[in-house]
Design a binder for this molecule. Structure first.
Ligand code: ADP
Ligand code: MG
Length: 457
């Protein structure tokens, strides 16, 4: 059979769709494939009409083989698939005519894309400034005072629970206070991608773009998810929004759990654009600062705690301000439930739940290499050395991954522990293991066990 009729095409595509839902997942199927229209099949090439360039890239990069396989199985002959962007893919009895038709403009319902509301607690007034965050705080204030005019983008990174979201939202509050008419959008990268997918599915990509490319201050939280959740297509959309805003002198502020050079993103232009403004990190606060933070929070809760209690809590919980705050809230709740004076043993009891779970032991790269070698039955000298056989490459990659995760060593210094391997080799190993962690459960367990043992020492 060479030329399938239009009706035959539709039937064929419907049959393929049910098989595809199983292979590519319901979300992709609903978002993109149900909207796609079969345009042509000449016995070899099957042309599928999709709603946007974005949908085309997405499907081409991720699902072309699956679509080809389904059609090949149905037709029992090899089928090649091509995508073509058509202006509207609304179901029509005459799909091939669509390429020339003009779609009615989608209603501009921008309410749907509104940003996440800001938390009133995350204001500059409630942020304790100390050495660990002085630079990021100053940059954030500067940006809030003159958005788009000083540092663009401002990129803030730190480990979890050290105040990124707080600073991002503090910028939002200050801008709104000082310039009530300006459009401020705070959104997590994950939300951005989800809303993008919905917009594409509903054929409202244009409204989506209008919304996000016309803001005055764009605060994007947890950008590491851009690459992690949906891959190159969402990254591309993010990149365009980001570029449009920077080029029109709108302020972009980004928070991330890693500096730009360690982000797992594919687009090198995006990476270098991220580094073009100012990159500021937040580090763990020292014990004095932790006491000051606790003092401020207790005051906000209206609970009067002794210096002894505050110091005790601050000493036991080192690494994460969110956890510090959690312990404090529990102490405050306890205090308000009993009329008696809070005793140290009671406080110790409450804090014990938190501190063991969060204070992490410092591990050295040497300890990691020894542990991995012992667990995986290989030689530490081989692991550090030049051998490249599969038996040694895999344990080495795991050790490198753990070294990046559990120590504060730079890529270069991790490389030194492995016979001076350069930073790109270290990064490659790290990325390889990170990738496997999301696809291979046995790797996830292996790494998790090793982390637990290493940190418990
Ligand atoms: P991240 O986004 O980096 O994971 P958050 O901004 O959510 O961290 O901060 C975790 C908690 O710690 C929040 O409740 C925040 O208010 C508090 N916090 C962080 N840094 C400070 C600080 N310097 N002063 C006061 N509170 C802080
Ligand atoms: Mg956060």
């Amino acid at each position: 059979m060479s030329q399938a009729s239009t009706v035959g095409l539709q039937d064929l595509w419907h049959a393929a769709l049910s098989a595809l839902a199983e292979r590519v997942g319901q979300a992709t199927c609903d978002s993109f494939l149900r909207r796609a229209v079969p345009l042509q099949y000449d016995g070899q090439v099957f042309v599928l009409g999709v709603a946007s360039q974005f949908a085309k890239n997405w499907l081409e990069q991720r699902h072309l083989p699956a679509i080809g396989t389904c059609l090949t199985e149905l037709l029992e002959e090899p089928v090649q698939v091509q995508m073509q962007v058509v202006e509207s893919t609304d179901q029509s009895p005459h799909p091939p005519a669509l390429a020339g038709s003009t779609a009615a403009a989608a209603p501009s319902d921008e309410g749907d894309f509104s940003s996440t509301p800001l938390n009133p607690k995350y204001a500059f007034e409630n942020f304790v400034v100390a050495d660990c965050n002085r630079f990021a705080h100053a940059a954030a204030q500067q940006v809030a005072k003159s958005p788009g005019k000083s540092y663009n983008p401002l990129f803030i990174h730190s480990k979890v629970g050290l105040g990124k979201t707080h600073l991002l939202q503090a910028i939002g509050h200050m801008v709104i206070d000082q310039h009530p008419a300006s459009r401020v959008v705070y959104i997590s990268a994950e939300d951005f991608v989800n809303r993008l997918i919905t917009a594409i599915r509903d054929n409202r990509t244009a409204a989506f773009r209008r919304k996000y490319r016309h803001v005055d201050v764009w605060l994007v939280d947890d950008i590491q998810f851009i690459a992690a959740i949906e891959g190159p297509a969402s990254e591309e959309e993010f990149f365009h929004t980001f570029n449009t805003l920077c080029e029109t002198n709108k302020q972009v502020v980004i928070a991330s759990d890693a500096p730009p050079r360690h982000l797992q993103i594919m687009n090198d232009r995006l990476r270098s654009r991220l580094e073009m403004g100012i990159v500021a990190d937040l580090r763990c606060p020292d014990v004095e600062t932790r006491v000051a933070i606790l003092e401020k929070k207790a005051e906000a809760e209206g609970v009067d705690l002794s210096r002894e209690i505050l110091e005790y809590v601050a000493q036991r919980i080192e690494s994460n301000i969110r956890v510090l705050e959690g312990a404090l809230l529990k102490i405050c709740a306890y205090a308000s439930l009993t009329d008696e004076e809070l005793t140290m043993p009671a406080v110790q009891d409450i804090v014990a739940d938190y501190s063991t779970a969060t204070t992490q032991h410092r591990v050295t790269v040497d300890q990691i290499i020894e542990h991995v070698a012992a667990q995986m039955d290989c030689d530490t000298a081989d692991m550090r050395g030049p051998k490249r056989t599969q038996e040694i490459v895999w344990p080495r990659q795991i050790a490198i991954y753990l070294a990046r995760e559990l120590t504060d060593e730079t890529l270069a210094s991790v490389g030194k522990s492995f016979s001076g391997r350069d930073h790109s080799t270290v990064l490659h190993a790290y990325n390889k293991v990170s990738e496997l962690l999301t696809t291979d459960e046995s790797v996830l367990w292996l790494i998790n066990d090793m982390k637990n043992v290493l940190q418990a020492d």
